[in-house]
Design a protein around this ligand. Structure first.
Ligand code: PNS
Length: 162
């Protein structure tokens, strides 16, 4: 399997995402990270800013490409020639939503598999939502996100668009 797609909101990227991404980059020839244009979720960073922060944090991974997409994920995966989707699974609480999404995507495109990777257990409780809340309330998030994101959370408007 040559090319896989790792989709998500990444608002913003956390060390948990990077852990999953690093594992995928060791297993597959190319990993495309796809940032979703989401109307449903209230985002802190624009899609362009999220792409920028991901690029800043993944420069050391040669076979990783960062991009964004609109519309149905399965269509974008097909367009990109991806054979599978990668999703991180942190805990049982993730399972129901992930299972539902994987089966919906399978019914839309039967030959596109969803593969789940577990991040290191130290990231089990980590989410972008929690990181934003801790940061907003003045807590230290340096252990949870790459350096560029620590700075970005302090001043979201300073982050350039990719
Ligand atoms: O990081 P997230 O928010 O858990 O990622 C969810 C995401 C972006 C992968 C999912 O919402 C998605 O695929 N959105 C694109 C629209 C789509 O294809 N929806 C049907 C999938 S069930």
């Amino acid at each position: 399997m040559a090319r896989v797609l790792y989709p998500g909101s990444f608002d913003p990227v956390t060390n948990g995402h990077l852990d999953v991404l690093q594992r995928a980059s060791h297993l597959f020839e190319e990993v495309i990270v796809a940032v979703a244009h989401h109307n449903a979720k209230q985002a802190l960073f624009t899609v362009g800013q999220r792409v920028h922060l991901l690029r800043q944090s993944t420069g050391h991974l040669q076979n990783v490409r960062i991009t964004s997409f609109e519309g149905l994920l399965v269509n974008f995966a097909k367009e990109q020639g991806a054979q599978a989707l990668i999703r991180g699974l942190r805990a049982v609480s993730d399972f129901e939503f992930e299972f539902q999404m994987a089966l919906m995507n399978r019914s839309l495109q039967p030959d596109l598999e969803t593969l789940f990777l577990m991040p290191s257990e130290e990231y089990t409780y980590l989410s972008s939502r929690m990181v934003k809340e801790v940061s907003r309330l003045g807590g230290d998030v340096a252990r949870f996100v790459p350096e560029c994101v620590v700075a970005a959370l302090k001043d979201p408007e300073s982050v350039p668009q990719a």
